[in-house]
Design a protein around this ligand. Sequence first.
Ligand SMILES: Nc1ncnc2c1ncn2[C@@H]1O[C@H](COP(=O)(O)OP(=O)(O)OP(=O)(O)O)[C@@H](O)[C@H]1O
Length: 242
Amino acid sequence: MEMIKVKDLHKNYGAKQVLKGIEFQAKEGEIIGIIGRNGVGKSTFLEILMLLKKYKDGDVQLFGKDIQNLSITDEKVMKKKISAVLQPTQFYKKLRVKELLELFAKYYQCSENVAEVIENFELEEQLKTFFDNLSGGWKQRVSLAIAFLSRPKLVILDEPTTGLDPHMKEVLWDNIRGYSERYQTTVILSTHSMEEVELYCDKVMLIEDGQSVFFDTPQNILATGYENMNQFYLQNTKKGGK
Ligand SMILES: Nc1ncnc2c1ncn2[C@@H]1O[C@H](COP(=O)(O)OP(=O)(O)OP(=O)(O)O)[C@@H](O)[C@H]1O
């Protein structure tokens, strides 16, 4: 089933045109990486899918509904199906990991899922630690656990593994893939790691000059003659950020 359908999406910030024709689709259970140079519009695209930003032209369908003119009720229902990794805020600091999970579980009304998340993300030993005292990698791991807590249909991750060591990356990816398979969760993420795209993503979208210039499986892209995804990226993007 198509979860997301995007046609000819355009988005401006004032006079600045950022997205100038994005074509994108995602099915249930797919993991899709969004790649492109710094400032090309990856986060903007993810924020539109999270219903946090409006867009100018184009058509964006989420769960079979056009998101531009949603009723308040439809918007609420839709937001319940979507989860994202939030940037940790001040208020996280004063809570221990266990308290944080319980707080979000209460908010999402899914307390029965807490034990599963603790087991899957192997959080047992960190439960009594204050969030603020965790290392960057563990903070990211707890944030991901929170994102999957409510068993959302769609999870959106903005650079989920930046700055993590290779073991931590592998653990997080095992968890992302595990949840995605178990609950048929669609996962859309932005990343600058071509290695992760090749290893873990079912599909990849490359944004260049505001357009989705490639949208395919890494296997199909590599079959056209690239040694690896990094070579593909370098040959299809201009040098330098915006
Ligand atoms: N609220 C805003 N107002 C004006 N310009 C913005 C706003 N948010 C983002 N931009 C600009 O839009 C462009 C796209 O930004 P965006 O954060 O979506 O890029 P990105 O691909 O996620 O970048 P990175 O890889 O560096 O995270 C950038 O030039 C950025 O400066």
